[in-house]
Design a protein around this ligand. Structure first.
Ligand code: GDD
Ligand code: MG
Length: 348
């Protein structure tokens, strides 16, 4: 079994965070996102991994290299123009020799991948798709199944009146290499609008795997990016490892950092400052009496004296001026500088 991670999207919904950092390597609890997917694959014994890139590929290659640091072997394919999800798999054809696990490069899950592979093999399926239940399927691919687990219908981004079930495509597939023959070469083609409906028309054995008690989230919007942090900090994601909560940093004795928060190396936290249910990247400075609640702050950002940051995401190398109030929903791109006393709106 080998793996292909689709990591070529532009991450438009996570802008401005993805202007300088492609979505596959945005930090999640201070680790590059793709490392969580690599963990999942390695745990299932899969070490031959192809990363399918298009947007800012060098930044991703620079961080992950050949994978040896993470106990895997990483190959890269780089599309000059995005080929679509299935087109990207076809583009990697020369590297594909065996059944392959394909991941959307923006989902974090506690999935038991070995169980998926076992089921795929037992059913001798051409393709297996993992499902997740969600409240509103409209932003996803809706999947209807038969009682025996066969996929009956696949409908990407369904309209309100087309929503018949709450099970969606979780962005994890096991594909037999024979499906490569069903994907046109050299053109933009997607699994969601192209291959999956086509497999159904052809009557191929296309099965769904429904995991039990499994955490699943697509990290591709600011709300969900923040949500995954809160879930990880609260320990709601069994089986997914985050880094240590405390790096080596300087904190005044009169500062408060709660047990949930994660503070990386090289941070400075001044007297009277509070850091609650939040993540601070390397080298952040939190000045006197500043507070950071329920927020994620990327490395080398400074929060000025008395400033309040709440339910916000702040990029790398930012400066939040003194006594500023950065409220719920704020997302600041790298190198943002807020004048003292700024108010972004949003609840604190
Ligand atoms: N290499 C490559 N080339 N990767 C791509 C391309 C491409 O042309 N287009 C998208 N990707 C990657 C993205 O980087 C992302 O990791 C993944 O494919 C899915 O793309 P998104 O843009 O995030 O899609 P989505 O979230 O709207 O919907 C998809 O994911 C849902 C689950 O999160 C679909 O697969 C839905 O059916 C699914 O429910
Ligand atoms: Mg997505």
């Amino acid at each position: 079994m080998q793996a292909l991670i689709l990591a070529g999207g532009k991450g438009t919904r996570l802008r401005p965070l993805t202007v300088y950092t492609p979505k596959p390597v945005v930090p999640i609890c201070n680790r590059s996102f793709l490392l969580y997917q690599i963990d999942t694959l390695r745990r299932a014994g899969i070490t031959d991994i192809t990363l399918s890139l298009s947007y800012q590929p060098y930044k991703i290659e620079q961080q992950l290299g050949d994978g040896s640091e993470y106990g895997v072997k990483i190959n890269y394919t780089v599309e000059t123009l995005p080929m679509g999800t299935a087109g990207a798999y076809k583009f990697a054809e020369d590297l594909i020799r065996e059944p392959t696990v394909v991941f959307n490069g923006d989902i974090l899950t506690s999935l038991d991948l070995e169980a998926v592979i076992r089921e795929h093999n037992e059913r001798r399926a051409t393709a297996t798709i993992v499902l997740a239940p969600v409240e509103n399927p409209s932003a996803y691919g809706l999947v209807e199944t038969e009682a025996d687990g066969r996929v009956r219908r696949f409908l990407e981004k369904p309209k309100a009146d087309q929503i018949s079930v709450n099970t969606i495509n979780a962005g994890t597939y096991v594909l037999d290499p024979r499906v490569l023959d069903f994907i046109p070469a050299g053109e933009n083609y997607s699994f969601e609008y192209g291959l999956f409906p086509d497999l159904l028309r052809r009557g191929e054995s296309f099965f769904a795997h429904v995991p039990r008690d499994t955490y699943w989230i697509d990290i591709g919007t600011p709300t969900r990016y923040l949500q995954v942090h809160h879930d990880l900090l609260a320990g709601r994601v069994r089986g997914v490892e985050i880094g240590g909560r405390r790096g080596e940093f300087d904190a005044a004795t009169a500062a408060e950092i709660d047990d949930l928060s994660l503070v990386a190396d090289g941070c400075t936290i001044k007297p009277g400052a509070q850091v609650l249910n939040s993540v601070l990247g390397e080298g952040c400075h939190i000045e006197e009496k500043a507070s950071v609640f329920n927020s994620v702050i990327w490395p080398h950002t400074r929060v000025g004296a008395g400033a309040q940051v709440s339910n916000a995401i702040i990029g790398r190398g930012c400066h939040v001026g003194r006594a500023s109030q950065v409220g719920a929903g704020a997302v600041l791109g790298d190198k943002t500088s807020l004048t003292d006393y700024t108010q972004t709106g949003g609840a604190l």
